[in-house]
Design a protein around this ligand. Structure first.
Ligand code: DMJ
Length: 473
C-alpha cells in the first residue's frame, strides 16, 4: 500500500503540490456531502446529477475519483469511496448506457483501483460489468453499437449518429480495458472482440489514409467522410499508440496503424495559421474546416508519447509537432479573459485560436490541455509546462471554484462568467490527476510502467505478465 509507507518527493513548484491535493479534497468533500451515489455534483444547487449516459449505474464520480484519491494519499477519502463501491455500487440496473462512457469511466476506474491497491473487490466488479457490455458486439460485423441496455443486453446506435452508424472514438476506445479484462478473467472473449474491431478497420479502405468517424456496424463501410482528431475520432488514435506501449512494444500492428494514421493526419490536416500557430483541422469529404476542438488538444501529448519511440529524424519532427500543438492549445487559453480555453477555437476570417461562435465559448472543466502539459513536461522537462499548469490551477480557482465545488463556465471570454452548475466526474479523474502528476517526480506512475486510459485511469504495462501486482513506483 502507498499510504504511510512513502511520501512523494517534490519537484519544481513545492507550493503547487499540496494545493492540487486540496483542490481534489474540496471537489470530493462537496460531492460526498451533496451528491454521494449520484453520478455528478451540481455545485450551485448543491444536489446530485444522474444524467443519461450510464444506463442506471450510479456513482460515476466515486469510481472516477478512486485512483486520484489513492495516488494523492487522501486515505480517509479513498476509504469512503471504496466503502461506497463495496456496499452501494449496484450493477443490476436497467437503462440506456453508452458503451464507451461505461468502459472508460467505470471499467477503467475499477481496473485502475484494482491494479493500484490489489483489492479483489474492484477486480470482480470490473469483470462483472465487462460481461454486461458484451451483447453490444452482436452485430453482423462485430463492430459494437454505441448504446446498450445493461439489463436486457439490447443494443442500438445513437439516434444522432448518421444512418445507424457506430462512432470511431467509441468502438476504437475499448482495447486497453478489454485486454485487461481477458488477462484478469482468463476469458479470451474480451480480447477477441477488440481484435475483431481492428481486423475490420484494417480491411476497409481509408480515404487518403484517413479514418472517418462513422462506420456501419452492419456493412462495415464508412457512412460519412468526416475526419477529426477531436470529438468522434480522438481516443481511437490514442488507443493505437497506447496499445503498443501497454503490450511492452510487442503489438507491432497497433504501432503501424498509429504511424500510418498520423502520417495521413500530418499530410492532410496539420496546418499553420498566418500568425504561425500549428493546428489540426477537421476534414469533411475533402474540405477542411479550420477548427480545433478542446478535445483535440490531447493530441500534443499523444504525439509526444509516440515521438519518444520514433526513430531518427522522425523523433524530432514529431516532438516539434507535439510542442507546436501544445503551444497552440495554450494560446487558446491565454487569449481568453479567464485564461481557460473554449470548447472549440478557429483559424479563419482573421481569427486565431479563438472561439468565434457563441455556442463554442464554454469550458466544462475538461482535461485535454493539461494532459498534454503533463506528457510534454515528462518528455522534455521544459519548465514552461509546469508554469502553464500553474496558470490553469489559478484560473480554475478564480473562475470555476464556487461555494460547494467546481463548476464549468459558459463563456471563457468574460471575467464574470455564468456557471453551468456541473462538476464533471472527469474533473476528478483527469484534470486534477494530470495537474497533480505535473508537479510530481517522473517515477510516480512512470510512463514506462503505466499507460493512462482515456479517462486518465492508469493501467500497467505488460512487462512480463499482467499478473504481477503493480506498484505506483
Ligand atoms: C473524458 O471523458 C475523456 O477524456 C474522453 O476521452 C473525452 N471526454 C472527456 C473529457 O473531456
Amino acid at each position: 500500500m502507498l499510504f504511510g509507507t512513502q511520501s512523494h518527493s517534490l519537484g519544481y513548484f513545492n507550493a503547487v503540490f499540496p494545493y492540487n491535493v486540496k483542490m481534489m479534497k474540496f471537489a470530493w468533500d462537496n460531492y460526498k456531502l451533496y451528491a454521494l451515489g449520484k453520478n455528478e455534483l451540481r455545485p450551485l444547487t448543491k444536489n446530485g446529477h444522474i444524467g443519461n449516459m450510464f444506463g442506471g449505474l450510479r456513482g460515476a464520480t466515486v469510481i472516477d475519483a478512486l485512483d486520484t484519491l489513492y495516488i494523492m494519499e487522501l486515505e480517509e477519502e479513498f476509504q469512503e469511496a471504496k466503502k461506497w463501491v463495496e456496499k452501494s455500487f449496484d450493477l443490476n440496473v436497467n437503462g440506456e448506457a453508452s458503451l464507451f462512457e461505461v468502459n472508460i469511466r467505470y471499467v477503467g476506474g475499477l481496473l485502475a483501483a484494482y491494479y493500484l491497491t490489489g483489492e479483489e473487490m474492484f477486480k470482480s466488479k470490473a469483470l462483472e460489468l465487462g460481461e454486461k457490455l458484451l451483447p453490444a458486439f452482436n452485430t453482423p460485423t462485430g463492430i459494437p453499437r454505441g448504446v446498450i441496455n445493461l439489463g436486457s443486453g439490447m443494443s442500438w446506435s445513437w439516434g444522432w449518429a448518421s444512418a445507424g452508424s457506430s462512432i470511431l472514438a467509441e468502438f476504437g476506445t475499448l482495447h486497453l480495458e478489454f485486454l485487461h479484462l481477458t488477462e484478469l478473467s482468463g476469458n479470451p472473449v474480451f480480447t477477441e472482440k477488440v481484435m475483431n474491431i481492428r481486423k475490420v478497420l484494417n480491411r476497409i479502405e481509408k480515404p487518403q489514409g484517413l479514418y472517418p468517424n462513422f462506420l456501419s456496424p452492419v456493412t462495415g463501410n464508412w457512412v460519412q467522410h468526416h475526419v477529426s482528431i477531436g470529438g468522434l475520432g480522438d481516443s481511437f488514435y490514442e488507443y493505437l499508440i497506447k496499445s503498443w506501449l501497454m503490450s511492452d512494444k510487442r503489438d507491432a500492428e497497433a504501432k503501424k496503424m498509429y504511424n500510418d494514421a498520423l502520417e495521413a493526419i500530418e499530410k492532410h490536416l496539420v496546418k499553420k495559421s498566418a500568425g504561425g500557430l500549428t493546428y489540426i483541422a477537421e476534414w469533411r469529404g475533402g474540405i477542411l474546416d479550420h477548427k480545433m476542438g478542446h478535445l483535440a488538444c490531447f493530441s500534443g501529448g499523444m504525439i509526444a508519447l509516440g515521438a519518444e519511440h520514433a526513430g531518427g529524424e522522425q523523433k524530432q519532427q514529431y516532438m516539434d509537432l507535439a510542442a507546436e500543438i501544445t503551444h497552440t492549445c495554450h494560446e487558446s487559453y491565454s487569449r481568453s479573459d479567464t485564461k481557460l480555453g473554449p470548447e472549440a477555437f478557429r483559424f479563419d476570417s482573421g481569427t486565431e485560436a479563438t472561439a468565434t461562435r457563441l455556442s463554442e465559448r464554454y469550458y466544462i472543466l475538461r482535461p485535454e490541455v493539461v494532459e498534454s502539459y503533463l506528457y510534454m513536461w515528462r518528455l522534455t522537462h521544459d519548465p514552461k509546462y509546469r508554469q502553464w499548469g500553474w496558470e490553469v490551477v489559478q484560473a480554475l480557482e478564480k473562475h470555476c471554484r464556487v461555494e460547494a465545488g467546481y463548476s464549468g463556465i459558459r463563456d471563457v471570454y468574460t471575467t464574470t462568467p455564468t456557471h453551468d452548475n456541473m462538476q464533471q466526474s472527469f474533473f476528478l479523474a483527469e484534470t486534477l490527476k494530470y495537474l497533480y502528476l505535473l508537479f510530481c517526480e517522473d517515477d510516480v506512475l512512470s510512463l514506462e510502467d503505466w499507460v493512462f486510459n482515456t479517462e486518465a485511469h492508469p493501467l500497467p504495462v505488460n512487462h512480463t505478465n499482467f499478473k504481477a501486482k503493480a506498484s505506483v513506483h
